[in-house]
Design a protein around this ligand. Structure first.
Ligand SMILES: [Fe+2]
Length: 295
């Protein structure tokens, strides 16, 4: 049995104090928004309690679904690297970036490039999609994060990533490999508002439908969502997780992570999801839901 934890959108707090020069762009709006509302939503105690519980479950691997940071400030990238190290080394943790990780254009080497060890094919090169193999489980990571104009949080998958994904899913399909696709933006049309959606959601949906996959994990909408997408290899669970630091809202918008237990037996895959988080704002982390997704 292989267990994968999926945790999303930590939006690490506290926010480092930006300089006036650093706010002379889209960051100013984001900073005002952080001070006005987001600061009270994304709290460190909530995130720390969730992470503590997640590490206690000793998952075999942890998938971090993007939006580690908020305004793409230089100190945020190094803070996020320290946070990733607190979860585990790159052999135990994988990351895909979110739109807040590329909030404004930042040189790769001082931006998300700091997390490269967590975003590459094991013993392979960099770039997306990355493919990480854990026995007969494959984790395929996509990068949908691009800098966008103010009031937009759209995602983008270039032709190269789409073609490569189609090839990878096709090659792994039918070989008894459990294929997990990890990305930040919702992969299907209609799961996000138009200014926030993935531009190529339709193309991605078509690929997933045609090649099949066993599980798709995303974040971005900060809402726990389950969609069963018809595909060539059966109903494909597409699971959206809320923000791991969310102290506000109710039900499906409160901080939560999902644990997937994956097992191959009798020529079939069995995948069970356990959701863990607080039932009410400020409550203790506990099991919220357990459901069989496959098998
Ligand atoms: Fe987010």
């Amino acid at each position: 049995m292989f267990t994968l934890a999926h945790i999303c959108d930590p939006h690490l707090a506290p926010l480092p104090r930006p300089s006036v020069r650093q706010l002379a762009n889209k960051r100013l709006l984001g900073y005002l928004n952080w001070r006005r509302s987001r600061k009270a939503i994304h709290t460190r105690p909530v995130l720390d309690a969730l992470v503590r519980d997640m590490l206690e479950q000793s998952p075999d691997h942890i998938a971090v679904g993007g939006d580690l940071i908020n305004l793409a400030l230089p100190r945020e990238y190094s803070n996020a690297l320290a946070w990733l190290k607190s979860l585990g080394g790159p052999e135990r943790v994988s990351v895909v970036p979110g739109n807040h990780d590329t909030y404004v254009r930042v040189a790769r080497e001082s931006g998300i490039g700091l997390w490269d060890a967590y975003m590459r094919t094991h013993a392979g090169g960099g770039g997306f999609p990355f493919v990480r193999r854990f026995g007969n489980v494959a984790l395929i990571g996509l990068n949908t994060a691009i800098p966008t104009p103010p009031f937009f949080a759209t995602g983008h998958l270039d032709r190269g990533q789409l073609d490569a994904l189609e090839k990878i899913l096709g090659e792994l399909g039918g070989t008894d490999i459990f294929r997990i696709v990890l990305l930040h933006h919702p992969p299907l049309p209609g799961l996000a508002r138009w200014r926030h959606g993935l531009r190529e959601a339709q193309a991605l949906r078509d690929i997933l439908s045609q090649t099949g996959a066993e599980l798709v994990l995303y974040g971005h909408t900060h809402t726990h969502t389950i969609t069963m997408q018809p595909s060539a290899t059966g109903a494909l669970p597409v699971i959206g997780a809320p923000s791991a630091s969310s102290a506000r809202g109710s039900g499906n918008r409160l901080a939560r992570y999902n644990l997937f237990s994956i097992q191959h037996s009798g020529n079939r895959w069995h995948c069970e999801m356990t959701g863990r988080g607080a039932r009410v704002a400020g409550g203790a982390v506990r099991e919220l839901e357990r459901r069989v997704l496959t098998g």
